[in-house]
Design a protein around this ligand. Sequence first.
Ligand code: NAP
Ligand code: 8YV
Length: 315
Amino acid sequence: MSKVDILMPRAMLPVVMRGLEEKFTVHKPFEAADPDGLMAEVADRIRGIAVLGTRIDAEFLVKFPNVEIASNFGVGYDNINVADCSAKNIVVTNTPDVLTEEVADTALGLLIMTARELSAAEKWLRDGKWESKGPYPLTGATLVGRTLGIFGLGRIGKAIAKRAEAFGLKVHYYGRTRQADVAYPYHDSLLGLADACDTLMVVAPGGPETHHAVNSEVLAALGSNGILINIGRGTVVDEAALIEALEKRVIYGAGLDVFEDEPHVPAGLMALDRVTLLPHVGSASVQTRDAMGQLVVDNLTSWFETGKAVTPVPG
Ligand code: NAP
Ligand code: 8YV
């Protein structure tokens, strides 16, 4: 029997390449001399797509009339228009759970780095300033006594909350719905959450519903001792408003793993002190990325072997 044809628009990890090539015929336009020509040639045969960051919407899908499943590398799937997929009966899958603990660890690391300026302090040492100038200046912020507001108390948000509690922080949260399995104070608006906290952890998904939810009003509510951490999606924060709030000391500092227009990071952010900038490394260990890659393979395999995906997103 001939193998099912899968499209891989962008190069993915070896675990995905190998796993898919064992079972499927995988088409890789990024290796072809004429990528558009290859895609046009195989378009009618493609039944599944292994997705890494590619925008999947009606405009993309019109070229591939027989697609049944889009298997996304990443728990966040704001690159995929799920309504467009559902309209064509295409199942969308993501990679939840396998990255939760890794991303929560990164989030706490980023918070501590930001409050205690650990990145700048290490640079001070490496630049020889400890010897030439003396100790690194005392940090104006501390983690001790902070109240952490979590925007998006889902899988990762809850793992962050557990860690924050262990560090002695008070935890509050905001999301569209109150979570039945936690006792943290719930706020029914983001502004209400920011008002009640001095530290805001964004771990909500991207997309039109959350676009620029963290705006100048929310930042002002966080206050002059406020620290913003974004481990969710860059689009959730109005980056221009954030730069202005940092420049004018409306808030104290920020730690960002995600940005509005990755991999571009605005010069205005780069120029600021009290800001920690990471290149979207929340889940970026070999172990966790391999587990995510395996789930991309498992979703496609399960769909074509059993007619059921392992981790479909709500349609
Ligand atoms: P999850 O379990 O689905 O949690 C998402 C949370 O956000 C839920 O609590 C949800 O609660 C809330 N939410 C969703 N839409 C919302 C809206 N429109 N307004 C307010 N709250 C909303 O997902 P997860 O596994 O924790 O992942 C969360 C996000 O983290 C991903 O979508 C991704 O963007 C990001 N992420 C980043 C990295 C990184 O490397 N930096 C790695 C992994 C994930 P309600 O439904 O009650 O609103
Ligand atoms: C990935 C992420 O790095 O899972 C997510 O939503 O943001 C990260 O784990 C990313 O999706 C892959 O590029």
